[in-house]
Design a protein around this ligand. Sequence first.
Ligand code: G3P
Ligand code: CA
Length: 250
Amino acid sequence: MNIHQLPTPLFIAHRGYSACYPENTLAAFNGAIDAGAHMIELDVCLSKDRHLVVIHDETVDRTTNGTGAVKALTMDQLDRLDAGSWFDPRFNTERLPTLAQVLDAAKGHLLVNIEIKPEAFEADGPADAVERQVLNLVRGKNMLDEVLVSSFEWQMLENLRKLEPGIALGLLAEAPADERLIHWYQRINGFSWHPDFRVLTRQQVDSLHDLGARVFPYAVDGRIDSLGMLAMGVDGLIVDDPRQMTARQP
Ligand code: G3P
Ligand code: CA
């Protein structure tokens, strides 16, 4: 599948198939592939030794058997943590994957929405800044046409745009689209807008479509809300349970 030839609606598995598997693990991403999702969404942070690690929170406390800030732990330390038992003991062999491992698992199967967490932003833009690392990795795997990079930290998206004219960029936002968002969308030559579905209206969808943006709301929970969003004309949904919409049985 190619990011520039998307099916509509696009079903994006939030942190993988996180309704049935421990979020942001290879089990969750492989589960999303089996469920028929078109794209996986994942969260990227930096380890202490500056590896790209896939985890949502600033600390490992909620989703592993360890404690402490992700950026205070080396990749070797992170790799020893159990990232599955908190969800269900049968997932006790799951580890925190690197972004490279997830891209390898996804390649040729589905697209990848890489959310770079705001905590990984470094205003002084070092040569190995997280956005440069992500871009180099995606290029190295020849997956520029298979990924979308999103963030609540719009400056990182602008940094990426300056580095790579061809990468698809999605603006994440908790608030309704306003002049500031539209300014940033145009400034970064955006690909999509990812709003919290609770702030979305049909008028907002229409306004963003007028700009050429795809609209992919997140936090859509359940079939009723999903159908409501689709009736509003969105282009895809970021959901914990992609099977609910694809209806493909495990
Ligand atoms: O990408 C959309 C969504 O993942 C943003 O919220 O907190 O789940 O990363 P969060
Ligand atoms: Ca996310």
